[in-house]
Design a binder for this molecule. Structure first.
Ligand code: ATP
Ligand code: MG
Length: 426
């Protein structure tokens, strides 16, 4: 046998036994987005590398070390590591957001060169939403209500908590950065224990707040708080968001250390986190990015959005929600044996598919006796087997056998079969 080729590290196959759950999750997501009036956009998976350098930020983890980049015809191209930059690029290019409000969503694969582990992969999937053209905190609130509703549908509402913060505007962060750096200068001994953070003291000090290093986290508890630096406008915006959430009964925790890893955020940032998945606890993250459209060459347009990681959501659902009933792969299995009977079985199966399009109807096509065919039907978990032999063909009848329940096997006229099946699947 020739040597088999394996998948690339950190890139997963989704098996036939897993896809039904994935499809169910994706359907809940799409239904929820659609029910709020959002429309889907689809943009390329590969973009100019500069888009991410400018859009995501040079000093972010993503651009510094996580991009899958290649050169083609002297142009540097990158597999998208996230969806917002491409969405904004497309919106500017086609004038979707100039002088108008837009509520958009997307779903699809993203690529980051990270160390693969549970909940962290090199190809993973995100579903996300972007609102353009609305600067009010009402838009931020809508996104949070939408996600809360989705968690409810996915059966994980009580397993996730909402963390909120405001990071103000550029000016605020500039002043805060100075204060934070000054504070950290007095704790260089601890900072040195975490080389990533030490490096960030120069490149992106706010990201240090995100460190997983316990000792450094303890030090940071005493650091200056971003909230105390907020300008009047950002503070009012944040208070308004909190008031709406309070009114709507959405609880949240204000986390002054929440900064997010991407450069484009301002004002509101939020994360939905769970403790049920170990270290990779953030299932959904987002915030406001009022400067991004202009930064990427468009007219100044406010924006706010989020992205959720589908692998983490699926893991969480598998862990905590055991109440999902996924559709059966096969409802009806059509079996046949005898001279010229298979031809008639094709006719019957096609007739049923036309009349009962909501049912999943499979025809046995690999021969063998009835016993073997019934075994296949059982293995597939079919609810009903329809049996056609020479006798049935001659009499224009068909046998209905209930494979899951107690109902007696019956022989009915083929003229009545649709009505019979309709009542059995009612
Ligand atoms: P983290 O801190 O976990 O690295 P992040 O800040 O890089 O997350 P975002 O860029 O905000 O994450 O992406 C939004 C969501 O996408 C995350 O909350 C997570 O659910 C998911 N996600 C991000 N990176 C990965 C990955 N490598 N594998 C699987 N899911 C991911
Ligand atoms: Mg990351």
């Amino acid at each position: 046998m020739a040597k088999a080729i394996q998948a690339i590290r950190g890139m997963n196959d989704c098996s036939p036994s897993e896809t039904p759950l994935w499809q169910w999750v994706e359907q809940q997501i799409k239904d929820t987005f659609t029910s709020y009036g959002y429309t889907e956009i689809r943009s390329p998976i590969i973009e100019s590398t500069n888009l991410f350098k400018r859009g995501v930020g040079e000093a972010t983890d993503i651009v510094e070390k996580e991009m899958f980049t290649m050169v083609r015809d002297e142009e540097s191209l990158t597999l998208r590591p996230e969806g917002t930059a491409g969405c904004v690029r497309a919106a500017i290019e086609h004038g979707w957001v100039y002088n108008q409000e837009q509520r958009l969503w997307y779903i699809g694969p993203m690529f980051r060169y990270e160390r693969p582990q549970k909940g962290r992969y090199r190809q993973f999937h995100q579903a996300g939403v972007e609102i353009f053209g609305i600067q009010n905190a009402e838009a931020d609130a809508e996104l949070i209500l939408l996600t809360a509703r989705l968690w409810e549908k996915l059966g994980i509402r009580d397993k996730v908590t909402l963390q909120l913060n405001s990071i103000g505007g550029l000016e605020v962060r500039k002043k805060y950065r100075e204060a934070l750096v000054a504070f950290l200068q007095d704790h260089l001994d601890v900072l040195k224990q975490d080389p990533d953070s030490e490096r960030r003291l120069v490149t992106n000090p706010l990201r240090i707040l995100d460190t997983k290093n316990q000792a450094l986290q303890a030090v940071l508890d005493g650091a200056p708080k971003l909230y105390d630096f907020l300008d009047e406008e950002s503070r009012t915006h944040f208070d308004r968001l909190c008031t709406i959430l309070d009114n709507m009964g959405i609880s949240y925790e204000i986390n002054p250390k929440l900064v997010r890893g991407l450069d484009y955020y301002n004002k509101t940032v939020f994360e939905w986190v769970t403790t049920a998945l170990g270290a990779q606890g953030t299932v959904c993250a987002g915030g406001r990015y009022d400067g991004l459209v202009e930064q990427l060459g468009g007219h100044a347009t406010p924006g706010v959005g989020f992205a959720m990681g589908l692998e983490r959501l699926v893991l969480l659902i598998q862990e905590v929600n055991t109440n999902i009933t996924l559709p059966r792969a096969v409802d009806i299995y059509v079996i046949s044996a005898g001279d010229g009977v298979a031809e008639k079985a094709f006719g019957l199966a096609e007739k049923l598919r036309s009349a009962l399009p909501q049912l999943r109807i499979m025809q046995h096509t690999s021969g063998g006796n009835f016993k073997k065919q019934f075994k296949r039907a059982d293995k597939l978990g079919a609810k009903i087997a329809l049996v056609l032999g020479e006798t049935e063909v001659a009499a224009n009848t068909v046998v209905i056998k209930d494979l899951l329940g107690e109902a007696e096997q019956v022989t009915v006229s083929q003229n009545d079969i649709i009505q019979q099946l309709t009542s059995r699947f009612a």
